[in-house]
Design a protein around this ligand. Structure first.
Ligand code: GUN
Length: 294
């Protein structure tokens, strides 16, 4: 038997439908939500991600612009651009695509974005609000998208044991903070596993929900999963494959072909978490436009 697929594309389309209606409401007030992307250098993955976000914004009626800066851009130059976007009343959301070149501090950059325009949810004020359970802040898009996938797939988290693999600032840590909140759509017992965890499978084998976000190709295997569990794959790993036309292929953090015979629900990859990240970004952008123009 195969697990039921959690169709991230279809669920993202539901969210987009709601976002489009909110855009229409703003347009009737003469306001068009606007997001600005900033990309530094020519990292192919970053170029692809920003391209997808830009295309989706246009499809929803959200104005979108991209600043592409050379790899040699200095930190003061990037901060000056952020200052000008912070001051621009026609920019509601600002997204600086990570990773940045090593001579630029990501912390300094994320700190500089006006928290009211921080649609990524990376500013320390928004990170702090998330930890405190204050709903007025922006939540990072990928973990918010994972929660939304679970809610809309009617997979209960209250009282469930959720094992998150990976403690990164973009997914693992904020997802742990989201799912342990005292709220009906959270209320989980969260176990945050990472590269120094002893015998991670002793814990994942007990988990009702496993979220793989550690960036290690197909590390999570069928024998790590409890029969009937839900498995969410956040990973995107590039592995060499001379047989492929591009010389590489993309694989997730889970061995999908074997996990589908053990899990009850699993995300495809692509088509699982990825579309949800974009859907939550668009929703955050409209929220920013609504709040800044209220
Ligand atoms: N790099 C990988 N994921 C993200 C994200 O959600 N936002 C930004 N800005 N950069 C990323």
């Amino acid at each position: 038997m195969s697990a039921q697929l959690i169709d991230g594309k279809a669920i993202a389309d539901q969210v987009h439908h709601e976002t489009r209606q909110r855009v229409q409401t703003l347009l009737t007030r003469g306001i068009q939500p606007a997001i600005v992307f900033v990309r530094v250098g020519e990292d192919p993955a970053s170029r692809a991600y920003v391209g997808m976000k830009d295309k989706q914004a246009a499809a929803l009626g959200i104005l979108s612009r991209t600043h592409v800066l050379p790899e040699t851009t200095t930190q003061p130059e990037l901060l000056a651009l952020i200052d000008s976007l912070n001051a621009d009343p026609n920019t509601h959301g600002i997204l600086v695509q990570a990773p940045l070149p090593s001579h630029i501090s990501e912390t300094a950059v994320f700190f500089r974005v006006d928290p009211r325009k921080d649609v990524d949810g990376f500013h320390p004020l928004n990170v702090g609000k998330l930890l405190l359970g204050d709903p007025s802040g922006f939540r990072p898009c990928t973990p918010a998208g994972v929660q939304e996938l679970l809610i809309r797939s009617r997979i209960p988290t209250a009282g469930a044991l959720v094992a998150i693999l990976g403690r990164g600032n973009i997914v693992g840590k904020p997802l742990a903070a989201i799912l342990c909140q005292k709220a009906p759509s959270a209320n989980a017992t969260v176990c945050l596993l990472h590269s120094a965890s002893r015998d991670f499978s002793a814990l994942t084998r007990q988990a009702d929900i496993v979220v793989a976000a550690m960036g290690r190709a197909e590390l999570v295997r069928a024998h790590h999963i409890k029969p009937g569990a839900t498995v969410i794959d956040v990973g995107v790993n590039r592995i060499d494959d001379p047989a492929s036309p591009r010389g590489y292929r993309l694989v997730g953090d889970i061995a999908f072909d074997e996990i589908t015979h053990v899990a009850a629900h699993v995300t495809p990859n692509p088509g699982g978490v990825g579309p949800m990240t974009i859907a939550m970004l668009m929703a955050n952008t409209v929220t920013a436009a609504e709040a800044l123009t209220a």
